[in-house]
Design a protein around this ligand. Structure first.
Ligand code: SF4
Length: 401
């Protein structure tokens, strides 16, 4: 599953932060809540997810999440939450009762914006209709369902616990439970996948009429089973054909690409993820969760929490495992590695607003990137070209001090 990008920001070394102007305004504030358990570990997964025991420590974990949040409150006093994202792991393993207590506790601590987006990741095989109805009644108004493929042999190769029919039923259950806004996670570039296989999956997903599709390529990540025993993946030419034909199919059905792997119907881009990509603020609570908070004095701080669930739940240990003030040298890269993922980039003025740095300081690297055809020549926006998105690492290199 795509999950949530708070899972893996870059962490830099420990030099002292340079002085910076106070930020004119603070960005929107989101909350990421990590639920670190799954029915079993998928062989391609490098997320902080752990095989669940038959009885989950729901109550204990909710208590810990709220205590963890309490420790971050001093940094967000007077602000409201624009979005909440339950990611994992598999948040849909948790009962509606536990999530209800958690949401209530969060709202008692930080006010919710009147149009707050609350998303929960759900995996087929871990919920039934009643659970979705109960989630909806809690105010959760967006689901992200981890389908990955509809083809049995592909699902088996990916170690998924559900079959294609369950995936289809999941979308129906979401709709019937009153979720008019849901995402389907779908992968391509799967073991032995042909162009036709990939397009069949995509057609089936489109037929379920989700408002949003996260369509992303399987990659082999260190510390996974697939890394140690790699499956046979499609050749580069096939991957290219899948990408091109898939994008055309999505566009034909009204799904506009707005980020490297994200496609949405009009007005249905994920607000929580847009906040990451436009360098907004977020608190991260839960095992291994990352956060990023801007302070009125100009400091921008990344935090990360204790990673293993057993340590996170151990009262003798701290929730926060580390924090890092971002320096003036790190901020351009940090801002752009998010913003340039967006197909249309961001308004250029946002750079100074979110980093406290002068936009003109990017001029030399920007010119170089424009001349290489990696960035759009557009004074009022910071945006990669299509080629720049393909070679995002090369583009970002230009902004490393
Ligand atoms: S369900 Fe998602 S988080 Fe859990 S192991 Fe599989 S890919 Fe990882």
């Amino acid at each position: 599953m795509t999950h949530d990008s708070s899972a893996s920001p870059l962490i830099f070394g420990g030099e002292a932060p340079s002085p910076r102007a106070a930020l004119p305004t603070l960005p929107p504030l989101a909350l990421y809540i990590h639920i670190p358990w799954c029915v079993r570990k998928c062989p391609y997964c490098d997320f902080n997810s752990h095989t669940a025991s038959p009885v989950l420590p729901e109550e204990e974990y909710v208590d810990a999440l709220l205590a963890d949040l309490d420790q971050d409150l001093h940094a967000v006093y007077g602000r409201e939450l624009s979005s909440i994202f339950f990611g994992g792991g598999t948040p849909s393993l948790f009962s509606a009762q536990a999530l209800g207590r958690l949401l209530k506790g969060v709202e008692q601590r930080i006010p919710f914006a009147s149009d707050i987006e609350i998303t929960l990741e759900a995996n087929p095989g871990t919920f039934e209709q009643e659970k979705f109805i109960a989630y909806r009644a809690l105010g959760i108004n967006r689901l992200s369902i981890g389908i990955q493929s509809f083809q049995q042999e592909k699902l088996q190769a990916l170690g998924r616990i559900h079959n294609g029919d369950e995936a289809i039923r999941a979308a129906g259950m979401a709709r019937q439970a009153g979720f008019d806004n849901f995402n389907l996670d779908l992968m391509h570039g799967l073991p032995d996948q042909s162009l036709d296989d990939a397009l069949d999956d995509l057609r089936q997903a489109i037929a379920l009429k989700p408002t949003h599709l996260s369509w992303y390529q399987l990659t082999l990540e260190p510390n996974t089973v697939f890394w140690n025993q790699p499956p046979t993946l499609p050749e580069d030419d096939t991957l290219w054909d899948i990408q091109e034909a898939g994008q055309a199919l999505l566009a034909e059905h009204g799904y506009a690409q707005y980020e490297v792997s994200a496609y949405a119907q009009p007005g249905r881009a994920a607000r929580h993820n847009l906040n990451y990509w436009s360098f907004g603020d977020f608190i991260g609570i839960g095992a291994g969760a990352h956060g990023k908070l801007s302070h009125p004095d100009g400091r921008i701080v990344r935090t990360w929490k204790t990673r293993l669930p057993k340590d996170y739940l151990n009262p003798a240990k701290q929730f926060q495992a580390g924090a890092k003030d971002l320096t003036n040298d790190e901020l351009p890269f940090e801002f752009l590695m998010n913003a340039l993922r967006l197909t249309d980039g961001v308004e250029a003025r946002l750079y100074a607003e979110r980093t406290g740095l002068d936009l003109a300081s990017l001029d030399a690297a920007r010119r170089e990137a424009e001349q290489s055809g990696l960035m759009q020549v557009e004074p009022s926006r910071l945006a990669a070209t299509a080629r720049g998105q393909l070679f995002l690492n090369d583009l970002l290199q230009k902004f490393l001090s």
